[in-house]
Design a protein around this ligand. Structure first.
Ligand code: PHE
Length: 449
């Protein structure tokens, strides 16, 4: 607790792991490799890293600073800077709500795959059979919804029980374990015969594949993966003590997150090529290729089980942060009690996720703006709301609150070193809003009209 009675992180490591736990999730392990696969491989990686270096660190530092200064939830934080900005926080909460609804569907797939690994159903390297199995799983009208419910209940239980002890402790074991596993898998994948083509695809950028949609995909992916643009990092920053070194944390969190994403790329893409799959398979990539890699490994069932359990835990440390943002808003602003809020929101988010699951099977023909529900939720959040939230956070910090105030807070009145403070100020005030605004305009607004 600080002098205002607001809860604070137990330790520096605890905070870093919680923030990294929110950042590292399905976005890294499941989404990054297939986004890279869909967008030409190396060129996507280069654009991703470029955006990470210029904008990822910048916004991470900005959101942490805004959170610690205001000591408030996402909506409260924006409102404290200016009443006119309350809607930015509101969009953030809504985005978290919508992301969680389909994130939980994928979490359900992971639970299903844990069971399938145990029963031996996945012990084959026959790519066609694995592809069929994945297709059948996601298009089933009932099972994925049941597992979506199970994932949501797991998220609820953790959020209900409070995050403190349990999560901080679990993360300390889980995150390093995940890292070791993913390194082992990457080594296995890279050393498969025929992996070179995949390595080349992942590492050698083919700039002829560069286009506006790719850049928007990469921008949205940076925000999604770092949990930026929707107030989660603001909320986590609000529990930071004043002595905490924000510039340093703003480097560590994106570094850990990116390392895991790149490792997931190494674990999956070379194997995709070696085993004769298409890198453009989309959301099924992790679920179809990795089981084939495990089937070719000694003790594959054991490693497969371990891997999917870790994916599940990584997904849970992200999903609780998504639910927490919604819960803290309703508790703070509507005055509901925590238990009622958590249960109600959990149920509503589950219900909103059901059409996402059905859209991959029985509701495949229902299209809104040319997209099924699953793709629509994904596109709207990642390619519209997150960039918009990011843009508004730069404007809020750079122009309304002001970079001088922000630097004063980030450095705790000059007590903490912020070597690149001037560069950061320039980036958040001019470069970030212009870049986000331009990409957003070119690839979204223009295609709309
Ligand atoms: N960053 C998480 C991931 O990569 C997902 C997430 C997005 C979590 C937004 C919280 C907020 O899986």
């Amino acid at each position: 607790m600080n002098s205002n009675g607001r809860e604070q992180w137990g330790s520096k490591v605890g905070f870093l792991l919680a923030a990294a736990g929110s950042a590292v999730g399905l976005g890294n392990l499941w989404k990054f490799p297939y986004m890279a696969g869909k967008n030409g491989g190396g060129v996507f990686v280069v654009v991703y890293l470029g955006i990470l270096i210029t904008l990822g660190f910048t916004l991470m530092a900005g959101e942490l600073t805004l959170g610690r200064f205001t000591q408030l939830n996402a909506i409260g934080a924006y409102r404290k800077i200016s009443k006119k900005l309350t809607w930015v926080g509101a969009i953030g909460v809504f985005t978290a709500f919508l992301i969680l609804s389909f994130y939980s569907v994928i979490g359900g797939w992971v639970i299903n795959y844990i069971i399938k690994t145990c029963t031996g159903a996945l012990s084959t390297s026959d790519s066609a059979a694995l592809g069929d199995m994945f297709g059948q799983m996601i298009s089933d009208p009932v099972m994925p919804i049941i597992f979506h419910g199970v994932f949501m209940i797991a998220t609820l239980v953790i959020v209900l029980g409070g995050i403190g002890e349990g999560i901080e402790k679990a993360s300390k074991v889980m995150m390093p374990a995940l890292l070791v596993m993913i390194i082992a898998l990457a080594i296995r994948s890279v050393t498969l015969p025929g992996a070179e083509a995949g390595l080349e695809f992942f590492l050698k950028p083919d700039f002829s594949k560069l286009n506006g949609a790719l850049i928007l995909d990469a921008l949205g992916q940076v925000f999604f993966s770092l949990s930026l643009g929707m107030g989660i990092i603001i909320t986590y920053g609000s529990y930071l003590p004043k002595e905490e070194n924000i510039p340093q944390s703003a480097v560590y969190i994106p570094l850990i997150d990116t390392a895991v994403a790149l490792l997931a790329g190494f674990a999956i893409l070379p194997a995709v090529f070696a085993l004769g799959f298409e890198p453009t398979a989309g959301p099924g990539l992790m679920f179809i290729t990795l089981p084939a890699v495990f089937a070719k490994m000694p003790f594959g069932t054991f490693f497969g089980l371990l891997f999917f359990v870790l994916v599940l835990l990584a997904a849970l440390t992200s999903s609780i942060s998504l639910l927490e943002v919604c819960v803290s808003y309703v508790v703070d602003e509507w005055g509901w009690d925590r238990k009622k809020t958590t249960l109600t929101l959990g149920f509503v988010i589950f219900a909103v996720g059901v059409p996402a699951s059905l859209s991959l099977g029985p509701w495949a023909d229902i299209k809104i703006f040319g997209k099924g529900f699953f793709d629509l939720y994904d596109y709207v959040t990642q390619n519209i709301f997150l960039p918009l939230g990011g843009l508004m956070s730069c404007i809020t910090i750079g122009w309304v609150w002001g970079v001088d105030n922000a630097i004063k807070e980030a450095t705790n009145n000059g007590k903490v070193k912020f070597a690149l403070g001037k560069v950061w100020a320039f980036l958040i005030k001019y470069i970030a809003p212009l870049a986000i605004g331009k990409v957003f305009y070119d690839s979204f607004i223009v295609t709309l009209f």
